[in-house]
Design a protein around this ligand. Structure first.
Ligand code: MAN
Length: 305
């Protein structure tokens, strides 16, 4: 499992402090007095100072191993993955990993003062990584590449945000080489008066099933309450949405999902399928990584297929 680790210094009552990366990769701590009139700090995740947005935490990615899917440890001899370069100075987050033709494709959110976009690294052995830079420019996140080519093309789900006309919708892109993406199509939108009314975004790589590509996605409402749902895409024409759950398949209910660094959040980037059981790994309240078992049959029932 590759986890997002978000770090910040111990906070005190006088200043808000947060780390950013310099262009040469050193960590620099920014400090702003809490009584500074130019500081806006109303969201646990972001601060705005003199018109510039910063993140309150700096994230990197860490590889963990498990023998049973429940107990995880950090293996020796593997590097942590840190932000690198001008487009990752505020960190890297929320990685989806796709295994395709012997290669692992890591697509993650890259954050800097230039914006939030999707960057990619690939590896075959988790020791040497090839950096492909930013593949989808701001504002974009939640990119998950399909684990098989379809009719000779790579496909990926991603989530651009359109601030004026449009919204935070899930799009599908195709690529001849896995690096250059085009023919973007908007396939799943937010739904008014529903749990996914404000934003939707892909979870991990779609799961190939005999009914279609099954995608577990997150949705949030205007109060930033995040739940999980599912949709199904046609196997050969993945821009066709065959079904979508009306109600969420997972809602934050436990104490550790309702309160934490940012409460009322369940947010997934990874899963393991074993027969009818799918173990969905998810972030709870932006604080803990959890796992939950679901029945594939029950998800298909919720989809009405
Ligand atoms: C949102 C949240 C944060 C994340 C930033 C940048 O504010 O998803 O957790 O750090 O976007 O991606």
């Amino acid at each position: 499992m590759l986890v997002r680790v978000a770090e910040r210094p111990q906070q005190n009552e006088v200043v808000v402090s947060f780390p950013i990366l310099t262009l040469t990769g050193e960590t620099q701590i920014m400090e702003i007095a809490l009584n500074d009139a130019d500081l806006i700090a109303t969201d646990a995740r972001v601060v705005r100072y003199k018109g510039v947005d910063y993140l309150t935490t700096l994230s990197h990615l860490r590889l963990l191993c498990t023998d049973d899917g429940i107990n995880f440890y950090e293996p020796e001899g593997y590097q942590k993955l840190f932000g690198n370069g001008a487009l990752q100075t505020f960190g890297i987050e929320d990685c989806r990993v796709t295994q395709l033709e012997g290669k692992y494709y890591l697509t993650f959110t890259a954050v800097s003062d230039s914006g939030v976009g999707v960057s990619m690294r690939t590896t075959t052995n988790w020791k040497a990584f090839e950096d492909h830079g930013m593949i989808l420019p701001p504002h974009n996140k939640d990119c998950a590449i399909f684990e098989e080519k379809i009719n000779g093309l790579y496909y990926a789900l991603h989530r651009p945000s359109s601030v004026d006309i449009g919204g935070n919708y899930i799009w599908l892109a195709q690529s001849p080489d896995g690096l250059h993406w085009g023919n973007h199509r908007c396939i799943v939108k937010t739904r008014i008066n529903n749990w996914d009314s404000a934003r939707v975004g892909a979870g991990a790589a779609p799961i190939k099933t005999d009914k279609g590509w099954l995608e577990i996605y997150h949705g949030a409402n205007a109060q930033h309450q995040y739940c999980l749902g599912a949709f199904l895409l046609d196997l050969n024409e993945p821009w066709k949405v065959l079904a979508r759950t009306h109600d969420p398949i997972m809602v934050p209910t436990e104490e550790y999902e309702l309160s934490g660094f940012f409460g009322h959040v369940v947010f997934t980037n990874g899963h393991v399928v074993n027969g009818d059981t799918i173990t969905i790994y998810y972030g709870a309240a932006d604080e803990h990584v959890c796992g939950a078992h679901f029945s594939m049959r029950e998800i298909f029932e919720a989809l009405g297929v």
